[in-house]
Design a protein around this ligand. Structure first.
Ligand SMILES: [Zn+2]
Length: 252
């Protein structure tokens, strides 16, 4: 059996620096998430070395092309993914899933959530055009199937201040860089652990899991992240979710 491989990808606009040692930190984030899967399931996925890309447009040029609205978060991501494809990045290899980190300058609060062309974008986090957690089917990038698992989207997108927190930046450093102090992740002392759970959630989508109807103590519960009382240290996949994950045959 071939084991699933998660490919981290880091993208930034022209003239804008990614976080210092972003590749180390993205690898670390996904390895921590892979370890969570191993603890939950006894099996897990591999993490590939992160690949980095720089766009051909500056952030100002991107914003001029696509004023930041609920619709244009999708346009901005699509263009970025397309650029990496032109530079040779595949989104169709099997059995890979892709975690796309879009590093951009600080943004003002823009809390919205929407569906567009069958893609769900959650942009409820402040300063965020594309969501920490958005699952996108690889067929949107020209692949013949959504991902390595039937019904599993195959790509997830991250784009907000949580990516910088995942890269070891402190809240005070990020506020000094221009991120809004009101952004809830900057006020959450447990944010790194919650980011790992958010990542486990997105990878769960890539492997065919949906959202539970009711809170069930699983990382697939999507509305937990802003609740300070959420026991993020004690989240577990349900038995049904574990069965679905193991039935993919891609974890070992
Ligand atoms: Zn979700």
């Amino acid at each position: 059996m071939t084991q699933l491989i998660l490919q981290p990808i880091g993208f930034s606009p022209k003239g804008f620096r990614k976080p210092t040692r972003w590749d180390y930190w993205l690898f670390h984030l996904h390895q921590r998430t892979a370890e969570y899967y191993r603890l939950e399931l006894g099996k897990t996925f591999q993490v590939a070395s992160p690949r980095g890309y720089t766009g051909s447009l500056t952030w100002a040029e991107i914003q001029a092309r696509y004023p930041i609205t609920i619709w244009n978060g999708g346009n901005i991501v699509r263009d970025a993914v397309m650029e990496t494809q032109l530079k040779g990045q595949s989104y169709c290899r099997q059995p890979y899933i892709y975690a796309f980190a879009y590093f951009h300058p600080p943004m003002t609060p823009n809390p919205q959530e929407f569906d567009w062309q069958g893609i769900h974008y959650s942009i409820q986090h402040e300063g965020n055009p594309v969501g920490m957690g958005g699952a996108v089917g690889c067929e949107n990038w020209g692949c013949t199937q959504s991902g390595p698992v039937p019904g599993g989207p195959g790509t997830n997108i991250g784009g907000d201040v949580m990516l910088w927190l995942a890269c070891g930046y402190s809240a005070s450093k990020l506020i000094s860089m221009g991120w809004p102090a009101s952004a809830w992740p900057l006020k959450d002392p447990h944010i790194y652990d919650k980011i790992i759970m958010a990542n486990a959630h997105e990878i769960g989508h890539s492997l065919g899991l949906g959202h539970p109807d009711q809170p069930d103590g699983s990382p697939m519960k999507m509305w937990m992240w802003e609740d300070p009382a959420t026991p993020y240290w004690d989240l577990h996949f349900t038995d049904d979710e574990k069965a679905t994950l193991l039935a993919t045959g891609l974890l070992s």
